[in-house]
Write a protein that binds this ligand. Structure first.
Ligand code: GTP
Ligand code: MG
Length: 322
């Protein structure tokens, strides 16, 4: 499969501004569940990264591309940084730290509705050691708090920078859900990017391979409503994508075969649900999104498989793409 085919509907002509064109990378980091992926999608204007209300949803870096007349901003959404409890957790943290070295701007996401905690301090401390890269503190989910709480959070974040001996390039409150200040965030990041021509073709919104994007949409549907350890145990792999033979040209159908992996046989019942209802719902929900993504009707065949303790097993991790 080639790179993602998601394209923006129109691309504006270049403005006749004097400012030089800029292009570069900004990554979003933060604790799990801080709102990094939701913010990435809001800036790109389309879903390129899946989101869920459980922590540790994102498991690889996802690039979302923002096209503007004056700049191309490539956002790198990263997995939430956390205290690792499994080999998978360690791998995810490594991915995040590697990304820091490769970007022009770091956006540290802190939810407005949660007090700064040890997890945030830990990340901030690590960021402090990256001297050369400008760091923006982004207060996310501002729609969930009142003005007073938000003001307190802004002061606490400013203070945190001072304690650690650096200044934030900016501190900006945003809400990806209401759209508040999302464009302003892009306006603040762009001047921090290097001058240069666009790095991605006009209109390309992500470089996620289609097969990965499809697996992620299935995982997102599978994550809904499951709790405790189960969200972490789910992995999805698209095994095969084939156009159905003998279909008239104007009525194509794409057969997609995918495996939903879990870690223990005891988890199977929950994923499949009574009389297979849950798995069926996951199929229906994700199929709609896949069809919207590909613009073609899809037959989605989902199978549940046990990959014993895959989060801790180097061989299994490799098989699942980590
Ligand atoms: N009310 C509100 N909820 C938000 C906002 N942004 C994100 N959320 C919710 O917060 C939850 C986590 O969002 P994600 O974007 O998946 O968080 P993340 O930081 O990418 O999480 P990981 O990938 O696990 O590190 C989801 O339920 C989102 O709907 C926001 O601006 N307002
Ligand atoms: Mg995420």
């Amino acid at each position: 499969m080639g790179a993602m085919s998601v394209r923006s509907k129109s691309s504006e002509p270049s403005a006749q501004s004097e400012a030089p064109h800029r292009a570069g990378f900004a990554c979003f980091v933060g604790r799990p569940n801080a709102g990094k992926s939701t913010l990435t999608n809001a800036l790109v204007g389309q879903k390129v990264a899946i989101t869920a209300d459980q922590p540790q949803t994102t498991r690889h870096t996802v690039r979302g591309i923002v096209h503007r007349p004056d700049a191309q901003l490539i956002l790198v959404d990263t997995p939430g940084l956390h205290k690792p409890r499994t080999l998978l957790g360690e791998r995810l943290n490594d991915v995040v730290r590697t990304t820091w070295a490769e970007v022009d701007v770091i956006g540290f996401c802190l939810p407005a509705n949660e007090k700064l905690g040890p997890g945030d301090r830990f990340i901030a401390k690590e960021l402090a050691s990256i001297k050369k890269t400008p760091k923006i503190a982004i207060v996310t989910k501002t729609d969930l708090v009142d003005g007073k709480t938000l003001a307190g959070q802004l002061i606490a974040i400013d203070q945190l920078g001072k304690e650690l001996g650096f200044e934030w390039a900016e501190i900006i409150p945003v809400s990806a859900v209401s759209g508040t200040q999302v464009d302003l965030l892009a306006d603040l990041i762009v001047p921090l990017l290097p001058e240069g021509p666009a790095l991605y073709p006009d209109g390309e919104l992500t470089d996620e391979p289609e097969q990965v994007m499809i697996a992620e949409l299935i995982r997102e549907a599978a994550l809904e409503g499951v709790r405790d350890e189960l969200p972490h145990s789910i992995a999805v792999v698209v095994e095969e994508m084939l156009p159905r033979e003998d279909r008239p040209a104007d009525k194509p159908l794409l057969d997609i075969h995918a495996f939903v992996y879990i870690e223990r046989p005891s988890q199977k019942g929950i994923i499949i649900g009574p009389k297979g209802k849950r798995l069926k719902d996951v199929g229906i929900k994700s199929r709609k999104q896949i069809e919207a993504l590909l613009g073609t009707p899809v037959f989605l065949d989902l199978h549940v498989k046990v990959a014993k303790d895959w989060q801790r097993d180097p061989r299994q991790l490799r098989k699942l793409g980590f």
